[in-house]
Structure formats: structure tokens, C-alpha cells
Design a protein around this ligand. Structure first.
Ligand SMILES: [Zn+2]
Ligand SMILES: [Zn+2]
Length: 267
């Protein structure tokens, strides 16, 4: 399985999971034009996308999912609450999934949606399993990791997880107090420290790669996220730590190999 982040942040999120038989997008939060140009950058035709799995209704995750699914003839998938919020019930390509029930996304790829607390959304983390039994997780937008989620992360070879804000930057910054409380609360986002603590808890020998995503442009910086997380996991982690930025795809991770391949030829 290959894992390629097409970009991540409050202005859009999307990750491509690719196997011999399947190509699945987890979230489709950029404009349709931008989704197609980013797929083009990595040599994937939009018509090759089999399914678009949407984690929750916020527009930085759901943005162009319905239009893309119609134009590309891809299956559009979400849980019931996200579908209700998005009014996808009558969409021709829509398939509903239930939390904690396995989704067969092709002969050699299955996905398990795990409910996670975040804002007023019915958000899910996605645990993807290849035919060899290796697992990758995509976990963006959560206020707090549940025991259920941590149990699954402990068995993943790859973890993509948000590191949204640096606590002191958020608290000392210009946001109103009510918004600061929402971001730091159980329903908000993870700070660099919380992400480092979760990774430390789920650390195991088989963890090959970690991608930090959904960094706030106002309240975080890549070097702050990287150093805070590394400080908490460096005693036991020998794999690759990368950061997905808002601007576009920069690397691809393969399950079974820690070092990512850099994507070249970007404008
Ligand atoms: Zn969200
Ligand atoms: Zn988000």
C-alpha cells in the first residue's frame, strides 16, 4: 500500500491510499480543480479513483467530495450523520458505512472507521489494512484519543495524525477566548504535546512512519511540531517522521518501508 498526502490543513485535506487493485481517497477537501491537479502531479488520473471516504462534514474534509464522485464515477462514502449533514442521501454514487464495521474497498484493501471526538462532528479515523495484513491509519481532527483508537494505532505500521497547534502560541495568540477553549477542548484539535504523548503511548517496534498533518498556519510551525513530537518518541522510534503541508503532495510512504519517496517535478 502507498500513502500519499495531497495536502493538509484548515484549507483542505486529502490522502490517497493506493494498492495494486484499489485507489481510495480519504477526504476530498480541496476544490475539484485542485484535487485533479494534485492527482495529476503524482501521475494518477481522477478516473482511477474507486472511492472517496469522507471522515466528517467539515468543508476542509468534505469540500468537493460529492462533485468529484459524480464526475469521476467514484463511490462516495461516509457514515449516516455525515451524510445527513451533507444531504448525500439521494446522491447516485453514495454508500453509507457504519462506524467500527469493515469496508471492503477492493480485493486488497479494507478500511475500518473508528469514531473519534471532534467538535460537533461525527468524525471517524480510518484504519486501512492491506492484503498482507499491514495497517496504516489516517487520523485528522480529534480533540482526544480514545482507548479504542489507541488500541488500533498500536498495530499500525504507518500513522498519519494531526498536530494542530503549539499550546503557548495558541494561548498567547489573538484568537478569542471562546475559540481557544473550543480548540483545546475534548471536541477540538490536538496540540503538538498531545500528539507526541499519544504517539509515545502507541509506540511499537513495527511503526515505520509517522506523518504529522493539519498544522495550524496561525498557531503552529513545522519545526515546533517536529521537535515537540520527536522529544516524546525519539527513545523508541527509528522510522521516518514527515509533515504534510497545505501546499501539495511532497512524498509517498510505502507500507513495509520507512523512508518515503520524494515527489519531484512540482511547480
Ligand atoms: Zn473538522
Ligand atoms: Zn479539519
Amino acid at each position: 500500500m502507498e500513502i500519499t498526502h495531497l495536502g493538509s490543513g484548515s484549507r483542505g485535506n486529502s490522502v490517497l491510499l493506493s494498492t495494486d487493485e484499489s485507489k481510495v481517497l480519504v477526504d476530498c477537501g480541496f476544490s475539484l480543480k485542485r484535487m485533479e491537479s494534485r492527482l495529476d502531479m503524482i501521475g494518477v488520473k481522477s478516473s482511477e479513483i474507486d472511492a472517496i471516504v469522507v471522515t466528517h462534514h467539515h468543508s476542509d474534509h468534505s469540500g468537493s467530495a460529492a462533485r468529484a464522485s459524480k464526475k469521476w464515477a467514484s463511490t462516495l462514502m461516509s457514515n449516516a450523520e455525515t451524510a445527513r449533514r451533507m444531504e448525500w442521501g439521494n446522491h447516485q454514487n453514495f454508500t453509507e458505512f457504519s462506524d467500527l464495521e469493515r469496508i471492503e474497498a477492493g480485493g486488497d484493501l479494507s478500511l475500518l472507521p473508528i469514531p473519534v471526538p471532534h467538535d460537533d462532528a461525527d468524525n471517524v479515523a480510518i484504519i486501512a489494512r492491506s492484503s498482507e495484513g499491514k495497517r496504516a491509519s489516517i487520523v485528522t481532527d480529534l480533540g482526544e484519543a480514545t482507548d479504542e483508537l489507541k488500541k488500533h494505532l498500536s498495530a499500525c505500521s504507518h500513522i498519519s495524525i494531526e498536530a494542530n497547534y503549539e499550546y503557548s502560541r495558541l494561548v498567547g495568540g489573538p484568537y478569542p477566548d471562546s475559540l481557544k477553549r473550543r480548540i483545546t477542548g475534548r471536541g477540538g484539535h490536538l496540540s503538538n504535546t498531545q500528539t507526541g504523548q499519544i504517539l509515545n503511548e502507541v509506540m511499537h517496534e513495527g511503526l515505520e512512519s509517522v506523518v504529522l498533518c493539519h498544522l495550524s498556519e496561525n498557531n503552529n510551525r513545522p519545526h515546533l511540531a517536529e521537535s515537540e513530537v520527536l522529544m516524546r518518541i525519539c527513545d523508541s522510534f527509528t522510522g521516518d517522521l514527515s509533515i504534510s503541508k497545505q501546499s501539495g503532495p511532497e512524498f509517498t510512504h510505502w507500507l513495509g518501508q520507512s523512508e518515503p519517496e520524494r515527489i519531484t517535478g512540482l511547480s
